[in-house]
Design a protein around this ligand. Structure first.
Ligand code: C2E
Ligand code: CA
Ligand code: CA
Length: 813
């Protein structure tokens, strides 16, 4: 009995070890070791049974029937093999139960067929009732035992072995008890009967084979364990490099962890091994969390502190086993950032929006959190068009109300998590999180529409605004806050250059444009020192007499490679770079000196940029230019646009009055294009109004333009102001100007701007203008007034001049 137990135990160990090895293997090896496992299990059952039978003492000669003996072994192997096959196809309980019943049938067949192969010299009678009931009870026990093996619960799994042992014992002892032997010397053994002495070596051989198999299985197990240890060690080494905390768990018990977890929780890695996951993450339901989905929860550290974390579960095959890896991400930094963001979010007292400094800090936070480095967002800059005029015309209170309304509209446009800020003045910014280019474009369209569409109504007055928008994407268009803001600003600038009321995304070409501008600026600086600038003069004729009354000085740049460059291309750059100051002074001095050579009744008109008014020395420069040239002040006319009056009013008005006190005349250029031109002529007593070419161009076909020009002339007449119509290109326009009572006329129809020498020739002629109905239609009516280059009379140039003038008008609009 003892020997039977030992062989049984070794056999069971061998089968299990080989079975585990089969489970770890794959392909052919798996099938191969699976068969070995089944054969080993069958042999174990068989050998155990036959050792017990050999030990039985019937007190009469006994022998074995060889065929049935072999059949009993076959039954055991087939039964276990069939049961195992059924078992692995489906883990659910009914299948396992069926598999158990099949295995039980095999084992029962082994017992009873094996027992019937046991021959004695006498008769064998069977207690059939006991046989049947032993089978009837043991088969369900086999079934239950298999169900238990497949169960997840460890306790239930542990019941499987005793259950099966009990079922086998039941079969064995009931089988022995059901058999009654009676000695009968007349009974003879069949001729092929084998004596027990002959069976013994077979049984011993099988047992030995099982022992060898057990040793092999043991080595398999050892190797597998070593591999698992190595895998875990490697994983742990790898995990230690990870910033996130990692827990490798099996059945909710921590197997290993990484050093980040140690830092995060304060528990030593060795302390954590063997602990239940809930010791660290008490509120976390691992089974309820779908794989690869993040959850927020709390981690309880060694000192009991609660740390907000994000948890992600993932199943990883490790040493032939699926293990659960839990990634734990510390959320303290993110939450701190969010709290800081919330705190920063309100500090512009007018709109309640973050200001420039806060916005910058928010950008810094957003770009600094490394875990969010892959989250794109857009920096959108918004600049209101025409806001300055609103402020000037309606007052600061109205301007403030408009700004608040804009802030509300922007807030309504963005989604939760986005930040709207007021960078200052009429400049706003939006940090649009999670944005792709399309989403950012959609937002920009929304912003442009929200600022354009619908007038703003403040105190019953409707106000038309507009917005230009530029944006840059993080991280595609820049990684650092300063870079993002600069690039978004470049895009905004480009949007404004595109004609305002539109949006642009940053692109590297904008940088190229900046470089182009910088090159142009450097070139212009050189032009100033190298004397590449020259002045052309365009005559203005008196509408009543047809004589030249004055000439407007227009600057040109004789570029060494590009030829004559239009001021429309460089005045803006000169203004932005400050070069306009020396440039303007040069124009002033040159034009005054030139005009001093003209007949005393001919005046000279000079364009002044708004930027020149920021120069405190403007008035004294004018004085010295006049003095140097010996020109009487009343012959000088300064043309200013509304842009001048948009600036610091008190100082500008002071300068203007100062100039007027010196008898210099001031005229309002490009009248009608600005936001509220009428309010400006009230502010300052101009000597003259120049009606903008954009109205003149459409005369006489466009009724609206005709109406506007008529209204301006009538209004000016009422105020006692003379008017000049500029951009007169056709005989109809000329006729219109004369008949409507304009004082002076300027335009290609009269003459293009011409170099100084050519103007002198014009002035030398008797400068009487040809009759309007004359044959000069469509070209200059002053003899030979051809300007070279820029002002030559090709039709292309004409178009260029139009668009150039459009641009200069827009600049102030
Ligand atoms: P502006 O003061 O309105 O000057 C009139 C512009 O219209 C000139 O363009 C002139 O050539 C063009 N023009 C004159 N008659 C006609 C016409 O019949 N048809 C068309 N299509 N155009 C005509 P230009 O010389 O290119 O000057 C453009 C602008 O550049 C000027 O507009 C002025 O704002 C600015 N500018 C020119 N010289 C100076 C300067 O010395 N100082 C400053 N600050 N600005 C200047
Ligand atoms: Ca002008
Ligand atoms: Ca003009």
């Amino acid at each position: 009995m003892l020997l039977a137990c030992i062989v049984c135990a070794i056999g069971i160990y061998a089968s299990f070890a080989v079975g585990r090895h089969a489970a770890r293997a794959s392909g052919k090896a798996r099938i191969h070791w699976g068969v070995v496992n089944v054969v080993a299990s069958g042999c174990t059952a068989w050998a155990t049974h036959f050792i017990v039978l050999l030990a039985f003492e019937p007190h009469m000669p006994a022998a074995f029937e060889p065929f049935l003996t072999a059949v009993s072994l076959a039954c055991a192997i087939i039964g276990i093999g069939a049961g195992a096959t059924v078992s692995i196809t489906d883990p659910r309980s009914p299948r396992q139960f069926l598999a158990g019943m099949i295995i039980g049938t095999g084992v029962a067949a082994l017992h009873y067929i094996g027992q019937s192969a046991y021959l004695v010299q006498g008769t064998v009678s069977w207690d059939l009732e006991l046989v049947v009931s032993s089978i009837a009870v043991s088969l369900p026990l086999f079934g239950l035992s298999m169900v238990a093996i497949a169960n997840r619960n460890r306790r239930i799994r542990q019941c499987a072995a005793p259950l099966m042992l009990f079922a086998i014992a039941l079969l064995h002892f009931c089988g022995m008890a059901a058999m009654t032997l009676r000695y009968d010397p007349s009974v003879a053994f069949p001729s092929d009967a084998v004596s027990p002495q002959a069976v013994t070596p077979v049984v011993a051989g099988v047992s030995l084979a099982l022992i060898m198999l057990a040793v092999l299985g043991w080595r398999f197990d050892l190797a597998a364990k070593a591999r698992l240890r190595q895998d875990r060690r490697r994983l742990r080494d790898l995990a230690d490099v990870a910033l996130e905390g990692l827990l490798i768990t099996q059945s909710n018990v921590i197997v290993t962890s990484n050093s980040s977890i140690e830092r995060l929780s304060g528990f030593a890695q060795d302390d954590l091994a063997g602990r239940h996951v809930s010791a660290l993450l008490p509120h976390f339901d691992l089974a309820g969390l779908p794989e690869k989905e993040e959850r927020e929860t709390e981690l309880v550290g060694a000192t009991g502190q609660r740390i907000p974390v994000r948890v992600l579960r993932s199943e990883v095959p490790l040493g032939h086993k699926l293990q659960t890896v839990i990634a734990v991400r510390d959320q303290r930094e993110r939450l701190r950032t969010e709290a800081k963001m919330r705190a920063l979010a309100f500090n512009d007292s007018l709109t309640g929006l973050p200001n420039r400094a806060s916005f910058y800090e928010l950008l810094t936070l957003q770009t600094a959190v490394p875990a969010d480095a892959d989250k794109p967002f857009a920096v959108v800059l918004v600049d209101l068009d025409r806001f300055k005029q609103v402020n000037d015309t309606f007052g600061h209170l109205t301007g403030d109300t408009v700004l608040m309304q804009i802030a509300d509209r922007l807030r309504a446009l963005v989604k939760a998590g986005d930040v709207v800020a007021r960078l200052g003045g009429d400049e706003f910014a939006v940090m649009h999180s999670g944005a792709q280019a399309e989403a950012a474009c959609a937002l920009c369209v929304g912003i442009v529409e929200a600022c354009n569409s619908g007038t703003f109504v403040v105190d019953g007055q409707s106000i038309h605004l507009g917005a230009s928008v530029g944006f840059a994407l993080y991280p595609a268009d820049g990684g650092a806050p300063a870079e993002l803001l600069r690039n978004a600003d470049l895009a905004l600038y480009a949007a404004k250059a595109d004609g305002k009321g539109t949006y642009r995304r940053y692109e590297s070409a904008l940088n190229d444009k900046t470089q182009e501008r910088q090159a142009l600026e450097a070139g212009l600086r050189r032009a100033l020192t190298d004397g590449q600038l020259e002045l052309h003069y365009q005559p203005l004729v008196d509408a009543k007499t047809g004589r030249i009354a004055s000439a407007e000085a227009l600057v040109r740049w004789r570029h060494p490679e590009r030829g004559l460059v239009s001021p429309a291309e460089f005045i803006e750059i000169a203004e932005e770079s400050g070069l306009i100051i020396p440039l303007g002074n040069w124009v002033l001095r040159t034009a005054c000196a030139e005009a001093a050579t003209w007949p005393a009744n001919i005046g000279v008109a000079i364009n002044l940029s708004p930027v020149q008014f920021r120069d405190k020395a403007l008035a004294s420069n004018v004085v010295s230019a006049l003095k140097e040239a010996g020109l009487e002040p009343q012959r000088l006319e300064l043309e200013i646009t509304e842009g001048v009056l948009l600036m610091d009013e008190a100082r500008t008005l002071h300068t203007l009055n100062h100039l007027r006190a010196m008898h210099v005349r001031i005229s309002m250029d490009d009248f009608g294009t600005g936001y509220s031109s009428l309010s400006y002529i009230r502010k300052f007593p101009f000597d003259k109004i120049k009606i903008d070419q954009s109205f003149v161009r459409n005369i006489p076909h466009d009724a609206e333009s005709v109406g506007i020009v008529r209204a301006i002339i009538t209004m000016s007449a009422c105020l006692g102001l003379p008017t000049t119509m500029e951009g007169v290109e056709t005989a109809e326009q000329f006729g219109f100007a004369v008949s409507e009572g304009c004082s002076a006329i300027q335009g290609y129809f009269v003459s293009r701007p011409v170099p100084a020498a050519q103007l002198r020739t014009l002035l030398g002629h008797d400068t009487l203008c040809a009759s309007v109905e004359g044959d000069g239609v469509g070209r200059s009516i002053l003899a030979d007034s051809r300007d070279e280059g820029l002002d030559s009379a090709s039709s292309d140039e004409l178009v260029l001049q139009h668009s150039a003038t459009d641009r200069s008008i827009n600049r102030y609009a």
